[in-house]
Design a protein. Structure first.
Length: 173
């Protein structure tokens, strides 16, 4: 490889890393949507119960991803992951944990009396759907789809989020 290609390779590696992190964040958003809707429609959840559910969901997703990666690595590579590979996995999967921050902050505000807990949970649902739409819009802009194409991409992503919410509402608890 020539020296002129190194920046392109580094840029591609960085883009792949960001893609992996964003994929995990989007996956966490979709999963959290179902949990948040369940809590919001579940009657009278407590602040501690809601915070625990959100935390355990994020932690469970993260641990499941780590276990899956650690199990897949020896099968594919014929060896256990080395420390840099483990660090890479921890870094790329961390958005699974950070996805809980918004709902936890809103639950905390509710515990302080700023709003009712169900309001905080529904705002969290709306925030997750809005985040999906924002990623769709950003993706549309990045691929050069123009304003209309980006808005359509945002709307489609929001429809996916609303679809998750709808399925959860139709299924009940």
């Amino acid at each position: 490889m020539s020296e002129g290609m190194a920046p392109d390779v580094a840029a591609q590696e960085r883009a792949d890393l960001l893609r992996e992190r964003l994929k995990e964040r989007i996956y966490a958003s979709l999963t959290l949507l179902a949990v948040l809707v369940g809590l919001a429609q579940g009657g009278h959840p407590s602040h501690v119960g809601a915070a625990a559910s959100v935390t355990v969901t994020a932690l469970g997703l993260w641990l499941a991803t780590l276990v899956a990666d650690l199990q897949a690595h020896p099968v594919v590579h014929g060896r256990f992951p080395r420390l840099p590979e483990i660090r890479h996995t921890l870094f790329t999967t961390s958005p699974l944990l950070t996805s809980a921050i918004g709902p936890l902050l809103l639950t905390g505000l509710s515990a302080l009396g700023v709003m009712k807990l169900t309001t905080a949970l529904w705002i969290s649902v709306g925030s997750e759907v809005a985040a999906l739409a924002a990623w769709g819009f950003t993706g549309g802009r990045r691929v050069g789809a123009g304003l209309l194409g980006s808005l359509i991409s945002a709307a489609l992503n929001a429809v996916i989020g609303v679809g998750v919410v709808s399925v959860k509402l139709l299924a009940g608890h």
